[in-house]
Each structure stands twice: as C-alpha cells, then as structure tokens.
Design a protein around this ligand. Structure first.
Ligand SMILES: Cc1cc2nc3c(=O)[nH]c(=O)nc-3n(C[C@H](O)[C@H](O)[C@H](O)COP(=O)(O)OP(=O)(O)OC[C@H]3O[C@@H](n4cnc5c(N)ncnc54)[C@H](O)[C@@H]3O)c2cc1C
Length: 537
C-alpha cells in the first residue's frame, strides 16, 4: 500500500488542473489515477484530429444513453475522453467562458462564492489570450487563440446574415460584449491542442511529488468511520489499493464521478440495496440533476467552394497537411466549429438563449466495416446549427449493477419541459430567419434533407426529436450546494456527510452554462484547488 497526500481520480479537464495546483508548493505528494492511456497520439494534438477520436475506443468511453421516447425512441451516442486530458483531449476546442448570469445563477442556487466575479478572477489567472497577430494578454498557463485571420472565407456570409437581421456581432465572445456573431476562440498554442493535460499536467509531471498512473481503473473507495481513506484500482488485471493522507478527489467526470460514489455506498439507498450494495450514506441527489445541451445541424449544399473542397480531395488533404507541417496553420489547426455565438431568439429576452454554430463544411460519418470514418462531402456544403443554451429538463446517471465495468444507465430525460420545447422552436426559427436572408440565401444551392426553410414550428420540434444529438456537455450529477438535502457536495466541493472526499469536475455544476463546458470545468478546478489548499492550513 502506498501513501499520498492527495489522490485525484481521473486525469481529465479538471483532474489535470488540480494535479498542477495541488503540487506546486512541492509540499504534497499527489497521485493521479487515469483509466485511459497517456494520450500521445498525433490525432489528439492536431485540432482537426477531433474526427479521428470521435469513435476510437482507444481514447473514448463511447457511452450510449437509454432510448428516449421524447427523441423518437433513439439512444444517444455519448463520446467521453478515456485518456490523459479526458474529454478535453477529444473535444472540438471551442473556448467559451459562459455568460456572467450562468455563474450568478450557480451562487443563487446555493453554490455560495461561485458567482461571476469569482469565475472571472479565476479565468484571468488561468488564461493567456493570444491575438491573431501573436500578441498576448495575461500570463496564465492555458493559451486561448484568436483564429479570426484563419477561418474559411465562406464564414463571411454568416456575419452578413446576422447583420442583415440586425443581430449583434462581437470580436470576443469571452469579453464583456459577448453576444452576437463571433469567430470561436480555441484553446490551442502553436497550432496544437492546448488542453489541461498540456497546460497543467505536463509541467506538473516534471515535479518529484506528482505520480501519474495510467491504465488504472478506479473500482471503489474505502470509507472508514465516515472518512474516505483509500482507493481501489484495477491496473493491468491486478487489484491495487492506495491510501490518501489528506483527501481523495473525484474528477472522473459527469458520467463516472456519481457512479464511483454509488459503488462506494453513497447514493439513493433503495437503488443501492437493489444492487446488493450496503448504503453508507443515503443521498438521492447522487446521479441526479443531469443536464446537457442538445443541438441540431441543418445541412446545405453551397453555391461556392467551402472547406469540403479543401479537405475532401487527396491533393487538398496533402496541401493542408503540408501547410500544417510547415506553419502550424491552416484548416488542420482549427476547430470544426469556426463561427457562431450567443444570440437572443427574441430581442426582449434578458440574456442570450441560443448558441449558434456555422461550419463551412458538411460531412458524413460512415463505417467501413472496421472503423467509423468522418469524411467531408464531395460537393461544397455548410452547416447552420443551434443549441438552446439553458435547458430545464433534468435526468439521471446511475450504475447498472455493482460491477464497476458495467456501462452506466444514462437517462437524460430530454425535452421533458414545455420551456425546452419553446426554446427548441425559438432556436429553429432563429436559424430559419438567418437562412432566409439574402446573405445566406445566396449561399444555398439546395437543402440537404430535411429543409428547415419550409418548416412550421411544430415541424421544427418534430425534426429536432428525430435528429438532435448531444453537444457533449453533460453536467450536474454531483451538484454543489449549501443544502445537503438537494445537493451532493458543498460549495467547497466536499461530499456532504463523508470526510476526506471531494468531487471536482463538470458533475458539480448546479446548472449548465450557456456555452461549451470545458472552460468552466477548468475554471472550477483551478479555483477548487485554492479552496482545498486553504482548508488544509
Ligand atoms: C466530442 C466532444 C466534443 C466537445 N467539444 C467541446 C468544445 O468544443 N468546447 C468545450 O468547451 N467543451 C467541449 N466538450 C465538453 C468538455 O470537453 C467537457 O465538458 C470537459 O472535458 C469535462 O471535463 P471533466 O474533467 O468533467 O471530465 P473529463 O475531461 O471527461 O475527465 C474525466 C477523466 O476521468 C477518467 N475516468 C473516468 N472513469 C474513471 C475510472 N473509473 N478510473 C480512472 N479514471 C477514470 C476518464 O478517462 C477521463 O480522463 C466536448 C466533449 C466531447 C466528448
């Protein structure tokens, strides 16, 4: 048995940040346990390599939800990173802090201290903002790149369409004026993915007090007299146990942090008993409060060349690869999502209620028998898509039985409120208005089935049920809050009712943020590390 001060479970977006922050003083021994591998694949480092990780079992847990009546009986595909860097190693790299109100809502929901002022201060400490001319603002470890000089020319139609409708535009969705048509900033540096594994964990691993064990599947926790003291791990077929002198920190993500708690007997007592697990703490909130962004894409054939023309032909791929190799720039250095932004579907709303995506590319996902390949279409095309920003439906994630390797039961309970139906129709109609502008209309050669342009509101909702999918932002299953009756961890991220145990990852969000969730997750971990160190002294 080996002793460490802090044991972090999961080297994902949050876990890597924690490892660096908790080890910086050199005073604490930190062990990071990661079920996946080291993440050395060039497809992880390459921003557009996203498509290669999307179905790859070597780096991806590849979960599925239960079938949902509200989504035409479909099961959703949920990729999650199973690799050092976690989902941040396989994500689309859009860097979105979220809207100030999102965090003020956290604080109002009982996450005392997690308001926008605190979030902003943490973001400023975390980030170095890199402008397109290379100039830098801030000195944080995480580089956030402005790529507005590199996006495909087709994007200009999206900006012109927004202007035609009188919608705002912004040159910084992460700045004080965050609303409107925008080029997405991405977390890259030198054209390579800058996830928390690179920005935080890599420098931390140079310290003598940090140990990373990969291929280490955490199967359970040892809890003695109300205190979590040890972690049970399967590594290369062998069972191992590690003891934490100070604390165990769960950073296994929204799908697995609640399941590790449940396997340890912390969760809904009835459900645990039905699986033969003796409850040590009855808390029905463990696994509840699941929230996610659902989004939909509308595909159009275009009247002018788009990124399809660059990336489909072999000579185009070769040119892009050469450009990347020589300059670390060009389409391979960018996200698949180039433009979009936060919008109000109705101008009277208090804050934006929709996030839009405009991508100068269309693609098909095909299976060639051995693996699934993401391939640009052989004709010019583009995508306009949206996600309602703050859905109100709440679902659950639970263990399927007491075997840690059994896949989770993911029940998103999607579109279960009238408000969510209204938001879907509002988002679809906003896209309808955009596509009806002269600016975007002239780019449409034809709609690829189905055609948004002729849809009535009820058809927008019906189509959404048939075709929408996760935008890969599940949060909330170990919700933080002051009141133990409605939450899992307190605002200092300690599990209510169990000593020596915290949860620090996207699962503690009380409510989903309006945009993509990676930046808020890293922000959360950065600030949480400060709280953990404060509590120690
Ligand atoms: C395909 C995809 C695209 C996305 N695109 C974007 C985007 O463009 N912008 C954005 O902001 N967000 C995006 N996201 C979401 C974002 O990446 C996540 O919100 C964020 O990474 C969550 O961080 P986390 O620390 O909570 O969990 P994760 O980063 O998932 O980390 C959890 C870690 O725990 C490990 N783990 C799990 N179980 C165990 C176990 N039993 N034992 C040991 N280790 C374990 C996992 O392998 C993983 O490394 C995307 C996500 C995906 C999957």
């Amino acid at each position: 048995m080996t002793d460490y001060d802090y044991i972090i479970i999961g080297a994902g977006s949050a876990g890597c940040v924690l490892a660096e922050r908790l080890s910086a003083s050199l005073r604490h021994r930190v062990l990071v346990l990661e079920a996946g591998g080291r993440g050395k694949s060039p497809w992880i480092s390459l921003p557009l390599g996203y498509g290669k990780s999307f179905h790859n079992p070597a780096v991806n847990w590849r979960y599925h939800t239960e079938a949902e009546e509200a989504l035409a009986g479909r099961k959703g595909y949920w990729p999650r990173g199973k690799v050092v860097g976690g989902s941040g190693a396989i994500n689309a790299l859009v860097y979105a802090r979220g809207l100030p109100q999102d965090f003020d809502d956290w604080a109002a929901a009982g996450a005392t201290g997690w308001n926008w002022t605190a979030a902003l201060e943490t973001y400023e400490a975390m980030e170095t903002q890199v402008a397109s001319d290379g100039s830098q603002r801030g000195t944080g470890p995480l580089h956030v790149q402005d790529v507005s000089d590199q996006i495909h020319p087709t994007n200009r139609h999206f900006f012109a369409a927004a202007q035609e409708l009188g919608l705002p535009a912004t040159d910084d969705i992460n700045g004080p004026k965050n609303e409107g048509a925008a080029v997405y900033q991405i977390n890259t540096s030198g054209g390579r993915r800058m996830h928390s594994a690179r920005a935080y964990l890599a420098p931390a691993l140079k310290r003598p007090n940090v140990t990373l064990l990969t291929g280490a599947l955490v199967e359970g926790l040892g809890v003695e007299s109300g205190r979590a003291t040890s972690v049970h791990v399967r590594h290369k077929g062998r069972l191992m146990q590690f003891r934490a002198g100070r604390e165990i920190i769960l950073s296994a993500g929204t799908v697995t942090s609640p399941r590790i708690l449940q396997l340890a007997g912390i969760g809904p007592a009835g459900m645990l008993k039905s699986h033969g697990i003796a409850p040590i703490l009855d808390n029905p909130n463990v696994g509840g409060n699941l929230q996610d962004h659902l989004g939909i894409n509308y595909y159009f054939r275009a009247t002018e060349p788009t990124l399809n023309n660059v990336l489909r032909p072999f000579h185009g791929k070769l040119r892009a690869a050469l450009q990347y190799a020589l300059t670390r720039r060009g389409p391979l250095s960018l996200s698949v999502n180039q433009c979009g932004g936060y919008f109000r579907s109705v101008s009277e709303m208090e804050q934006p209620d929709q996030q839009l995506y405009f991508n100068p590319v269309t693609y098909t996902t095909t299976s060639n028998g051995k693996r699934t390949v993401v391939q640009p279409d052989p004709f010019p095309g583009f995508i306009l898509g949206f996600q309602p920003s703050r859905p109100t439906s709440r679902g659950r994630i639970d263990i399927g039985d007491k075997d840690p390797e059994t896949p989770p039961l993911i029940r998103p309970n999607s579109l279960s409120t009238d408000e969510d139906h209204t938001q879907v129709v509002a988002g679809g109609m906003l896209c309808q208005q955009l596509i009806a502008t002269t600016a975007l209309g002239q780019l449409v050669e034809s709609a690829m089935d189905p055609d948004l342009r002729g849809m009535a509101p009820e058809e927008i909702l019906a189509d959404f049920r048939e075709r929408c999918g996760t935008v890969f932002h599940p949060v909330g299953t170990c919700r933080m809050g002051d009141d133990a009756a409605v939450s899992v961890v307190c605002p200092r991220l300690k599990v209510h009712g169990v000593a020596g145990l915290r949860v620090v990852d996207a699962s503690v969000f009380p409510n989903i943020t309006s945009g993509n969730t990676n930046a808020p997750t890293m922000m959360l971990a950065h600030r949480a590390a400060g709280l953990i160190l404060e509590d120690k002294s």
